[in-house]
Design a protein. Structure first.
Length: 228
């Protein structure tokens, strides 16, 4: 998905300069009542996925606000799903594992919705989205929202689902043989080599030299930093 978002950002960069936050229709000025039709179809029949740029740390707020508006304004037939893909991470500290949720794509919200025969987004949906606090703009080109390719959205959704089912140990990115420095605990400032990892407990066994002897010590992953 990242390549699609980046490509859309680059293509839209020129058009964003003259567009105000939360502005008017699809490439139109704020005073125009309707979103202009594109010359060539920009989307396939049925539902398409679009990407919204939103304010940092406002992804879930925007999603919830849009879902409420869809219900209140009766736009269920035009907007199918609004997603903020996340990953669950288990973080170990003090021997206790806690699950935290992290956005896979910070600053973006994904909306599945229909388009008109000419490729334009229905006017009611366009203004509902653009008038929502925290929304920046659609990813697209020439001021027109561009749907995500099917293979990209399918890959993104699969990655998100897999991440939800198998929480990862964030930070446990060491491997056997890595030279590390212990940054906290009883062995702070000792250096050594990683001997083994226990992902379930979030522990790393490091071989350090104590009184001239190689000694294995167990430390939590967050107490380590990799040395060059």
């Amino acid at each position: 998905m990242d390549s699609g978002v980046q490509a859309g950002d680059e293509a839209q960069a020129g058009g964003d300069a003259g567009e105000s936050h939360g502005g008017g229709g699809q490439g139109a000025h704020a005073g125009e009542s309707a979103a202009p039709a594109s010359k060539e179809p920009l989307c396939k029949p049925g539902m398409n996925w679009y990407v919204l740029r939103v304010a940092s740390n406002k992804e879930e707020y925007v999603r919830d606000a849009l879902e409420r508006k869809v219900k209140i304004e009766g736009l269920d037939n035009f907007v199918s799903r609004i997603l903020v893909p996340t990953i669950k991470e288990r973080r170990m500290k003090g021997g206790v594992a806690k699950v935290h949720k992290r956005n896979l794509y910070p600053g973006y919200v994904f909306v599945e919705m229909s388009c008109e025969d000419d490729g334009a987004i229905p006017e009611d949906v366009w203004f509902m989205v653009k008038e929502t606090t925290g929304v920046g703009d659609f990813i697209g080109s020439d001021g027109k929202p561009t749907p995500m390719p099917d293979h990209e959205i399918e890959g993104m959704l699969a990655a998100s689902q897999e991440a939800e089912e198998t929480p990862s140990l964030s930070g446990l990115n060491f491997k056997k043989g890595d030279h590390v420095k212990i940054t906290a605990g009883s062995f702070e400032n000792f250096e050594g080599d990683v001997d083994s990892l226990d992902e379930k407990r979030g522990m790393v066994t490091v071989i350090v030299e104590i009184f001239g002897r190689s000694t294995p010590v167990d430390v939590e992953y967050w107490q380590l930093e990799r040395e060059a």
